[in-house]
Design a protein around this ligand. Structure first.
Ligand code: NAD
Length: 471
């Protein structure tokens, strides 16, 4: 078992003040394979003290200097891509070959963030005022386990570009790619204290991070329940709080959509990463007139996806990220059956031949009513709810009948019609007619899916303050 016994604070690997280790498990084998040390509140203080001390000099660097560091970091991460993919795959189960694409390709976005550093030098003269941009300050970053490197880059890259300093705490389920990232930071000689990494339990460190006097901004990605708590805790000191939370995204397939393509896209979208994707299109809204046809396609596509060992290059669906996440998902499948939804495929049994590991069969419920818990709550597993609708107005009403508003999808007969429908869905994003994910577009939620925007040019906005100087 590999043991990581240091935290990265103030430009050095240091022994923690805290005690004990947290085991990192491989959800495919249920065996622990690494241990990371537990930071405590003294470590939290030291990390933020380092970030605060580094802030004046780092925030005064030129955009060109910061861009140069970010480019070097990009190169250092490119060299570690295989190790990053393996670390993620082993600790949360995403199949290795898929992880190389959906989990690790995000490092390329660093190049764009290097360019975005120059946005900080944009000044505007407004009558007698000079309006300038300044880094927001010291940031506390808390990230989840489902796309752990992607969430790291989405926060750290804009923070570096704008001149912020930071303390990052990854999920204790998936800390290893963050350690590799800190090694890259060290290798490129980023000034001490700009980036600090602590590991340990969110329940122990989280409150101290979000209430800390040295923190100007908290950026959190995770569940809506934890997000609510963080917002409440950070309110006392009026910190800037950016929340990227859960989703229950609708996917409207119209009467004249190419059904085979549209349904197949929807099923694969949910099943990738074992359904643990915040923007997964988990509510498939299908016209009643084409419901039987769509159900047959969905069943066939779901059953064609190989479930199994994440190291096997043909695997599409690996295990859930942990046994406890498996229990949660199975609980929802039981709930769906109890609520009267019909199992079209999948269910509670283990996938064939997989006697251990956190596996769940790709599962599709049909005859789902949007009021059911399985249609309202985020399951975060390979589970699709197929909901029939009579007309487009009803489809849009069902799509918007959710506390969430992170993402959505439409497949319509034409792009124009798709865009017309997309504009009526209250969500931060919409995938129209099978559109691809785009690292240069903003991502974030409406409603209880959060209040932040990460990625793209918008991704740096939350990291700077605007100052007016009246001349
Ligand atoms: P989680 O809320 O359980 O944990 C997220 C992080 O918060 C972890 O680092 C955890 O250690 C930490 N944490 C736990 N308790 C805390 C506390 N009291 N105070 C502060 N931090 C605490 O979420 P998760 O299960 O790791 O991740 C899955 C969730 O993340 C899903 O709801 C998913 O939709 C959401 N998510 C959202 C986005 C987005 O961009 N909107 C992206 C990915 C995941």
């Amino acid at each position: 078992m590999k043991r990581y016994d240091k935290l990265y604070i103030n430009g050095a690997w240091v022994a923690p003040h805290g005690s004990g280790y947290t085991t990192v498990y491989n959800p495919a084998t249920e065996e622990g394979f690494a241990e990371t040390c537990n930071a405590d509140l003294v470590d939290v203080d030291q990390a933020f003290a380092a970030a605060r001390a580094a802030f004046p000099a780092w925030s005064r660097t030129t955009a060109a200097e910061r861009a140069d560091y970010i480019r070097k970091l990009h190169a250092a991460l490119e060299r570690r891509k295989d190790a990053l993919a393996l670390a993620i795959s082993q600790s949360m189960g995403c199949p290795l070959e898929i992880a190389k694409i959906i989990q690790v390709n995000c490092v390329k976005a660093l190049e764009k963030f290097a360019d975005r550093a120059f946005e900080m030098e944009v000044e505007k003269q407004v009558n007698n005022s000079l309006v300038v941009r300044e880094a927001v300050g010291v940031c506390a970053f808390i990230t989840p386990w489902n796309y752990p490197l992607y969430q790291l880059i989405g926060k750290v890259a804009p923070a570096l570009a704008t001149g912020c300093t930071m303390v990052l705490k990854p999920s204790s389920v998936t800390p290893l790619q963050d350690i590799l990232f800190a090694e890259a930071v060290h290798e490129i000689g980023l000034p001490a204290g700009v980036f600090n990494l602590i590991t340990g339990k969110g329940g122990v460190l989280g409150d101290a991070m979000v209430t800390h006097a040295e923190v100007d901004m908290v950026s959190f990605t995770g569940s809506t329940a934890t997000g609510r708590r963080i917002q409440r805790l950070a309110a006392d000191t009026v910190k800037r709080v950016c929340l990227e939370l859960g989703g229950k995204s609708p996917y409207i397939i119209t009467e004249d959509a190419p059904l085979e393509q549209a349904v197949s896209f929807g099923v694969k979208d949910v099943m990738i990463n074992s359904g643990q994707t915040c923007i997964a299109l988990t509510r498939m809204l299908v016209p009643a007139s084409r419901y039987e046809e769509a159900a047959a396609i969905a069943k066939r596509v779901a059953e064609s996806l190989k479930v199994g060992d994440p190291m096997d290059k043909d695997t599409y669906v690996g295990p859930m990220s942990s046994m406890s996440q498996r229990d949660t998902v199975l609980g929802y499948i039981e709930q769906g059956i109890a609520e009267g939804a019909t199992l079209l495929t999948g269910g509670l049994e283990r996938p064939e031949g997989l006697t251990r590991g956190a596996y769940v069969k790709p599962t599709i419920f049909r005859d789902v009513n949007n009021q059911m818990r399985i249609a309202q709550e985020e399951i975060f597993g390979p589970v699709i709810c197929m909901i029939p609708y009579q007309n487009l107005d009803e489809a849009i009403r069902i799509a918007n009948d959710s506390i969430y508003g992170l993402s959505s999808g439409v497949w319509a007969g034409s792009r124009e019609e798709g865009i017309r429908i997309a504009r009526q869905i209250r969500a931060g994003g919409c995938y129209v007619n099978g559109g691809d994910f785009n690292y240069d577009a903003p991502l974030g939620g409406y409603k209880q899916s959060g209040n932040g925007r990460e990625w793209g040019d918008f991704g740096i906005h939350e990291f700077y303050e605007t100052k007016s100087m009246q001349l």
